[in-house]
Write a protein of this length. Structure first.
Length: 94
């Protein structure tokens, strides 16, 4: 049976592997989609660090700093998406 610590390690590796793809995408993309890709890349890296530090029982770092930081970055991603989407809708109305 897989315990919680091993699940944190597996999740951290999965998020990190996803960030490799996002790194390539953010390098190759242009414009507003690049901004979103970079913000989401930062989220995946921070959340990956959260899982790795949880695996090593660094609760103050993982629960106290990295988890709230990843939530803030994810909210920033959502707000950025909404702003970019609303600007696109305004341009189509004109």
């Amino acid at each position: 049976m897989i315990d919680e610590a091993n699940l944190h390690l597996i999740s951290g590796l999965a998020f990190f592997s996803g960030s490799v793809v996002l790194s390539y995408f953010s390098i190759k993309s242009t414009g507003r989609i690049r901004i979103l890709a970079i913000i989401f890349l930062v989220f995946t890296l921070v959340h990956s660090l959260y899982h790795v530090t949880s695996y090593f029982d660094q609760e103050l770092l993982s629960e106290g700093l990295l988890e709230p930081l990843s939530v803030i970055i994810l909210i920033l991603f959502g707000v950025s998406y909404m702003i970019i989407k609303s600007r696109q809708e305004i341009k189509t109305l004109e």
